[in-house]
Write a protein that binds this ligand. Sequence first.
Ligand code: GLN
Length: 532
Amino acid sequence: MDTKFIFVTGGVLSSLGKGICAASLGRLLKSRGYSVTIQKFDPYINIDPGTMNPIQHGEVFVTEDGGETDLDLGHYERFIDEELSKYNNFTSGKIYKAVIDNERQGLYLGSTVQVIPHITDQIKASIKKTLEKRKVDIVITEIGGTVGDIESLPFLEAIRQIKKDVGRNNVLYLHVTYVPYLKTTEELKTKPTQHSVKELRSIGIQPDIIICRSEIALDDHLKAKIGLFCDIEKEATINAPDARHIYEVPLMLQKEKLDTIVLEKLGLAQRRSNLSQWKQMVNRIHHLQGKVTIGMVGKYTSLKDAYLSIVEALSHSGYYYKKKVEIIWINSEQLNSKVLNQVDGILVPGGFGLRGIDGKINAITFARENKVPYLGICLGMQCAVTEFARNKLGLSDANSTEFDSGTAHPVIDLMVDQKGLSAKGGTMRLGKYPCRLHPGSLAYQAYGMDLIFERHRHRYELNNQYRDDLAEAGMIISGINPDQDLVEIVELRDHPWFVAVQFHPEFKSRPDRPHPLFRDFIGAALKYAKNK
Ligand code: GLN
């Protein structure tokens, strides 16, 4: 069968949950037996979000192949349960850079390089690139930003052209828009949607389906009105009122027959849908009983999106135990033991830079001494090792080179010293690496296998020079990268559950299949809460 292309645009406002809609549609189509991938175009000029401030942009989601991507890719992976690649996220910066590099190499043979056709061709080529990586029945492409933004114009022009390249029957345009509720007159207003569709049509795109995000559902009369003004069939105006939970959205959209309409419009067979497992999961989410409290000690506590995949992974483990996971956000610069006494588990997530390090290390001392379950992720592992070296090995000046480059005892050292790699830009260990687990360790118990693969995003590594001393003092080295002999996981001998990992397990957690380390961390926290 021909590959089908679905393009998702956004109207009226940003933060409408366009990514969740795209991901939900992906889930619906996959559960109909079609292979699906989802891709995102971001109109900003940065080459990737790798260097962007997480407070502004949210977390950087890392793919298996080491792409530093937009956090929507995390939603996509969690909803469609497929591993995506760096070719699933393109920014304007990446597109322009490719074109400029080509121009410098003389590949355009003297022609004037322009937005149309050169930039738009490059955008179209990047969709093909995604398909080359994985041949699928349906590609869903989300265009970041809102229709009407100057920045997204080349992307909209490119997706307009595609209908000519691959045939109108193989393309579907889906517009996610906002229908505000006016309290004073107690009515939903469709005018902004009409304007946004007008804008889209002025650049040659007639949407086939409109998803209406709103506080309350639109009635048939309003759907018909949108249909009339925007030239859409009434059934193709889909309600998406605020959901109780993001994982409920695929079910809500299915009730509105979104998948049926999409398949019909693309000329695809209406295969039977199998969403029973997903429904069971949503049912669990709606029936959580009791809670477990996790203290998250980080720097970006003001924006939860900065730790989105970790928050998700914790919640997924909560669904497993049918418990709500309550997160207490602890700013590492304002740490106190009163708040640490309230929690059933402590997590220090990944992060960069020196700020707030002492607070993180103090929180780890608290977890170690009071036997509070601890999960350290990346920087959280580096702090755990530093804490242990300072307080158990007596290396009072033990540090990571990142914390203080002049220290006599860099227990966490740069890869440059470990493996001779350069420490300068673009040299982070990124993406999937193997890790061999020590039998009998907590990590081994969690995974139930001895060779695992996890995603990385860091520069610093444990200094192998301290391995024996750490082990002798009670730190178990329970995971090793077998190819490079790098320490990936540490645990504590005299502690019920203390696991700190160099990688980022959160990216691989799924709502119906929690990541084993998060699952066991929450399990240990529940046990700790019971005995408190
Ligand atoms: N700053 C640390 C490093 O580069 C940790 C990075 C992280 O937590 N992702 O190694």
